[in-house]
Design a binder for this molecule. Structure first.
Ligand SMILES: Nc1ncnc2c1ncn2[C@@H]1O[C@H](COP(=O)(O)OP(=O)(O)O)[C@@H](O)[C@H]1O
Ligand SMILES: [Mg+2]
Ligand SMILES: [Zn+2]
Length: 478
């Protein structure tokens, strides 16, 4: 394996090799072709989108010695091209404005600009990270940029256009480097991976692309990092190395939520937090996944809109567990939790609370308290019960189920003949099948204790037993 970092090894050498940036490519190619060279250019855009690379390519294009005039196909092998590549050119100065930002540096530069080029046609100044220049330095440069000697070209690069003096900006031809699309990055990474014989699947490449915020430098760096694993690379490897929440981990959270499995849910959360993943990171990954689920619900064909790390196929299966409204409520819940996380000192606890609130049956309860939305039953139809009643019923049924689960097997049969119909403070009302009325009456105390345990109430409970009335179909099974 080579020791040169991938992003250095695969720096584009000609304008045509630039990924994306179609307008910039056309404009610069034509500038060279028609010899319309501006005295000053300003390349702006976020990191890793090709600014410095383009500045060097353009310098080579202007000064390549293998042609009689500037060319859009610099040879890359003449003395001028090579010296620009190694930053040794006498005519092309690449100045890191972050460390040469004072007015004296600017004056020295202006002085050099008056000298004729040594070997090439132009004297070119590439001012990288030019937003770091002080106001005085900018002002000193102003005149020179406005009316430079005919053989001088300035190329200013910056990630922060708003920090550059407006008077400077207005004297430059400004090129805005766009962040690259996930597709463009995946495609480029695929080419590099092939050339380097890195075994990595499409999902993993997509995961890398999504993590790199539209910048190719970060993407190539991450690819280089995962390529050090001696195995076929998957999206999980990528998330693991990038310190993110893996697809497998997210899937176990979502599965626990969709199946009301409180125990598993809290356990997965605890393991994640213990392994060093912050609650904030976990929540933001969940938020992204719920957003993706919502997209799958509303625009099932728009794969390209997905941004999370769970694959389209898996999302489609998962999405069946929720309806649109529940997903929407879950997103609101997640957003609320993100806000709380900002202020709390006990983030792990808030994470747990939030996860529990995402469990669909509990979500319905808190939602009816917060908003007036119609709850829907598990078939996705509007429930014909009033919202509060529906939510309450779900909640009470769950508590009763818990009581039954913790009872001795010999008692479970009897308990199945009752419904918990009301629970207020320390009073519970049970509706039972008439034939078992006496049995329930005699076990009231025991049931009260079980209910107290299930609800984790501090005070003892009183249980009232009544018979189920016939109009409710005699249905008492929970
Ligand atoms: N548009 C692009 N096309 C091809 N490679 C790119 C592009 N943008 C960035 N890269 C890759 O990232 C590395 C850093 O790019 P660079 O031009 O220094 O970005 P910037 O100056 O915008 O931060 C390059 O060496 C190259 O490997
Ligand atoms: Mg740069
Ligand atoms: Zn050349």
């Amino acid at each position: 394996m080579s020791t040169v970092a991938l992003h250095q090894k695969y720096r584009p050498q000609t304008i045509a090799e630039l990924v994306g940036q179609p307008y910039i490519k056309t404009a610069l190619t034509n500038a060279v072709k028609y010899l319309q060279i501006a005295p000053a250019y300003l390349f702006t855009g976020s990191r890793g989108t090709g600014k410095t690379s383009t500045a060097r390519i353009f310098a080579k294009s202007l000064n390549c010695l293998n042609t009689k005039k500037p060319t859009d196909q610099p040879c890359g092998i003449c003395q001028s091209c090579r010296s620009i590549e190694t930053s040794n050119s006498l005519d092309v100065s690449e100045i890191d404005a972050a460390s040469n930002n004072g007015v004296d540096d600017a004056r020295a530069l202006i002085e050099r600009s008056t000298l004729a080029p040594v070997a090439g046609r132009y004297r070119i100044f590439i001012l990288d990270e030019c937003h770091c220049l002080t106001g005085n330095a900018f002002n000193a440069l102003l005149k020179c940029i406005e009316e430079p000697p005919p053989h001088v070209v300035f190329i200013l690069c910056t990630t922060e256009l708003h920090k550059v003096l407006p008077t400077i900006v207005s004297r430059c031809q400004v090129f805005n480097f766009r962040t690259l699309s996930v597709q463009a990055i995946v495609q480029h990474l695929g080419i590099v991976a092939d050339a380097e014989s890195i075994s990595i699947d499409e999902e993993a490449l997509t995961a890398i692309a999504r993590l790199s915020d539209g910048g190719l430098r970060d993407a190539l760096q991450l690819l280089g990092q995962v390529s050090l694993l001696d195995e076929d690379i998957t999206a999980n490897h990528v998330m693991e190395i990038a310190g993110g929440v893996t697809q497998t981990e997210l899937m176990s959270i979502l599965q626990a939520i969709s199946t009301n499995n409180t125990f598993n849910l809290l356990q997965v959360a605890r393991v994640l937090v213990d392994s060093g993943k912050t609650p904030k990171l976990i929540l933001s990954n969940l938020l992204q996944t719920y957003r993706d689920l919502l997209i799958i619900k509303s625009a099932p064909k728009e794969q390209s809109l997905l941004t999370g790390c769970i694959s389209y196929a898996q999302l489609k299966v998962l999405a069946n567990h929720w309806n649109f409204e529940t997903l929407n409520l879950s997103l609101a819940e997640l957003q609320k939790a993100e806000n709380y996380l900002r202020y709390t000192v006990n983030a792990a606890v808030w994470l747990e609370v939030c996860l529990l609130n995402l469990i669909p049956s509990l979500l319905a309860v808190s939602a009816t308290k917060m908003l007036t939305v119609k709850p829907v039953n598990d078939k996705g139809h509007d429930s014909n019960l009033l919202p509060a009643v529906a939510a309450n019923t779900a909640n009470l049924a769950q508590i009763w189920q818990q009581v039954m689960d913790t009872a001795k097997p010999s008692n479970q049969k009897l308990l199945a003949h009752a419904n918990l119909v009301k629970l207020q403070d320390d009073k519970a009302i049970l509706e039972v099948t008439p034939a078992y009325l006496n049995k329930f009456e005699s076990s009231k105390e025991a049931i009260a204790k079980m209910l107290q345990r299930a609800t984790q109430s501090q005070q003892p409970m009183t249980v009232l037993i009544k018979t189920a009335n016939k109009s409710s179909n005699g249905r008492v099974k929970a």
